[in-house]
Design a protein around this ligand. Sequence first.
Ligand code: PMP
Ligand code: GLN
Length: 383
Amino acid sequence: RSAIRPAGGQTIFSRMTALAAETGALNLGQGFPDADGPEAVLAAARQAIADGANQYPPARGERTLLEAIAAHQHHWYGLEVSPDTDVLVTVGATEALASAILAFVEPGDEVVVFEPTYDSYAADIARAGGVRRTVPLRFPDFALDEDALAAAFSERTALVLLNTPHNPTGKVFTAAECATIAEHAARHDAVVISDEVYEHLAFAPHEHMPFASTPGMPERTLTISSGGKTFSTTGWKIGWVTGPADLVAAVASVKQFLTFASGTPLQHGIAAGLCLPDAFFAEQRAEMAARSALLVDGLTRAGFDAVAPQGGYFVLADVAPLGVDDAAEFALRLPTEAGVVAIPASVFCDDPDASGMTSVLRFAFCKQRSVIDAAIERLVDTY
Ligand code: PMP
Ligand code: GLN
């Protein structure tokens, strides 16, 4: 596959959402919620518009959001983050990733990624002229293969790109796994980018641990997150990077010429969200865990081999028990055959066989329970 030019010229998410619209199928493909998030978040953005916060914000971000992000990192993880130097607000996690990768990858540099890999990582690395070195997370337990990890590092390693909770496997990396990755990163003097957009969606008993809290790692880790998943505002595209001042400055120097800044009133909305009481985050986490269980149970009843995720928005399910070996082909007929859209996990892989993803589909459960129930009913009736 070409990372920069995916099949059909569009990302898999655009393609499958278009297919859902064309066929009227239930969209369990692209990961976006189908209901609004907390009213306090929406109200704060509306108020900011009414109060005249409608011009460019400072390039680093609105002060109130910089402070809320720093306070959030301290409150939840005990991380010391200065709102003056250690935070940068971006256009979603997507721009944070692109800016960071462009800042740290020179042509020929190698980037260690875990596969399946979120699609924009591969495109960004290719744009920067970098080379992906993949570590497969194998269906169905997605264990960290320490030999494959060691083999992925070389003198050319510039960057490690981690994602926890992980899209699409739902894996939550443990402290021990982070320590193993950290050892290699330190030995090769690599920067680590940790994409933690699902940080508040690790399902009990699994706990999210920011990679930056791994001993020895704060000085070489950039943490990326976004308000989209936590507050069900994926269309607002407010993301951020936190980390040591020099690394954040390098990302800011790229970002300023991509978009400079964006979304002033929306930044106020997300700042209000980050200050919500802990109970909001706990309820959200419990609700999403319940929806994931609902979907896993339904897919299992329909004959799929579904794996319970430890976090995130998605369930992976093998369709081999239905007699299908190519999930990419199956995903194209699923909307008309069953009235449901899902994403083939192979699109996130250079080598789908290495991670056992050839016959695996990704289903999103960030949808209302009634929608999940209806999708399950269709799948059970059809297969
Ligand atoms: N990283 C991962 C792992 C994601 O799943 C997504 C999509 N939600 C993003 C980054 C992009 O986030 P945003 O919408 O904030 O740009
Ligand atoms: N992150 C979302 C997903 O994994 C999609 C975001 C997008 O469409 N770029 O489904």
